[in-house]
Design a protein around this ligand. Structure first.
Ligand code: 1BN
Ligand code: ZN
Length: 417
């Protein structure tokens, strides 16, 4: 009896074990299906989060190559926008800045220069000063908006501060003295002011806003002022634009409204040759450089060249996905034709009106060809920001991979146990 009982008991136990085992199997199967489901859904979310970035960023969105229309038909003038750029006016704008003296952040000379830029620009635009501090030193950026209320914005920028030390001067006894910054700072400001004059006089019904931005505190990194970094003014501005957009942008505008950002830095030296900067939009560079070629300035705008990495005022904007272009020379190459970078020889004697003209004419021609109001769409330039360099996408990717690994580890340990 007990033998029979035992037999049935064992059979019962076997049945129970079998049931339990198949239940476990079913459970694991379910878990596996759930895991695959989770993985697929996460992947779909991951890809669809990135999709808008892929869709928005490439250039194909609204490509329209404008046909050149002589401006006299729009302006009633026998000239083009580029032809109206007066290099002597630009040259005089440099001289006026130098007349203020050294425009080191926090000095009266710097303040007077900012006020002069702001007052001059009020003749052509709505111009405002934005105060900020770096280590308790008062600094200020200037933004001048031509045609300010449009939903798209083209930004043209330069820095107006001059460096506190001439650390590369051949005369070592002068390396602690400040530089005048005729080219390094002054030239970009001067060309922008002359461009603004031309644009305001054009009376074209632009349907884009033009911003002329004059940064303070760009040129004090590497012990220019102790403890300061390069580009303090532009870093401060981009943070403020993100934290307090209403202070900067008009209705319908945001950071995404910026169609292009072109920085002019050291555009007034002899033998002008602009570099290819690594943070820049290849497309924006190609567009501007080809226009330079079409105007006959082939050596200034080389279509093929090695890439350089310069931490200039455009970088904080490029890092936000804005298409940027830094028009700057290879200042470290002493054979480049302008060997006066961060020396006391960065003065008016080493400024070329021809280089100011080449830069001003090319950028004005870019404006005309890209933002001509007769175009249905403005070209959308791709930026260097890519899908996989977007912090949001990187974060989502890390999260998914982390959760997947955690689930796999948990699975492996429960299976072993
Ligand atoms: C450009 C002109 N810069 C300064 N004067 C920016 C810069 C940043 C230069 C880092 C060298 C290194
Ligand atoms: Zn400099």
């Amino acid at each position: 009896m007990s033998g029979i009982n035992n037999f049935f008991l064992r059979k019962d136990l076997k049945m129970k074990n079998k049931k339990c085992f198949s239940f476990l199997k079913l459970n694991m199967k379910k878990k596996l299906i759930n895991f695959i489901r989770f993985f697929l859904i996460s992947s779909i979310i991951f890809v669809s989060l990135g999709m808008p970035i892929i869709i928005i960023s490439p250039s194909e969105t609204s490509l329209q190559i404008p046909e050149y229309i002589p401006l006299n038909s729009q302006l009633g003038l026998n000239t083009t926008l580029a032809d109206q750029f007066n290099p002597t006016y630009a040259y005089n704008n440099i001289q006026t800045q130098l007349d203020f003296g050294y425009r080191i952040p926090g000095t009266n000379e710097n303040l007077e220069c900012a006020n002069w830029i702001n007052n001059q620009m009020q003749n052509y635009s709505e111009s405002e000063i934005y105060n900020f501090t770096v280590d308790d030193v008062s600094c200020r950026n200037v933004i001048s908006r031509v045609n300010p209320n449009m939903s798209q914005i083209a930004v043209f920028a330069a820095h107006y501060d001059s460096r506190a030390i001439a650390e590369k001067d051949l005369d070592t006894s002068l390396r602690d003295t400040p530089i005048l910054g005729a080219n390094d700072g002054g030239s970009g400001v001067a060309v922008l002011m002359e461009m603004a004059r031309v644009l305001a006089a054009s009376k074209i019904n632009w349907n884009i806003s033009f911003w002329f931005v004059f940064f303070d505190a760009e040129d004090q990194g590497n012990s220019g002022i102790n403890g300061w970094d390069w580009c303090e003014g532009s870093k401060w501005m981009i943070n403020e634009m993100k934290n307090q957009p209403d202070v900067y942008f008009r209705k319908t505008q945001s950071l995404e409204s910026i169609n292009s950002f072109i920085l002019l830095d050291m555009v007034g030296g002899d033998n002008l040759k602009f570099i290819h900067e690594i943070h820049d939009s290849d497309e924006l560079r190609q567009t501007v450089f080809e226009i330079g070629h079409s105007l006959g300035y082939e050596s200034t705008f080389p279509l093929e060249d090695a890439e350089h990495n310069i931490e200039d005022d455009h970088v904080p904007f490029a890092q936000e996905g804005i298409p940027t272009l830094d028009l700057i020379i290879d200042f470290d190459d002493l054979t480049c034709g302008w060997p006066y970078h961060h020396t006391t020889a960065d003065n008016i004697d080493n400024i070329s009106q021809d280089s100011l003209k080449i830069t001003g004419r090319t950028v004005l021609q870019f404006i005309y060809e890209t933002y001509n109001p007769e175009l249905d769409f403005f070209k959308k330039f791709s930026s260097k920001e890519t899908f996989f360099s977007n912090p949001f996408v990187i974060g989502a990717g890390i999260l998914i991979i982390g959760v997947s690994i955690a689930i796999l580890i948990k699975k492996a340990t429960t299976m072993n146990g």
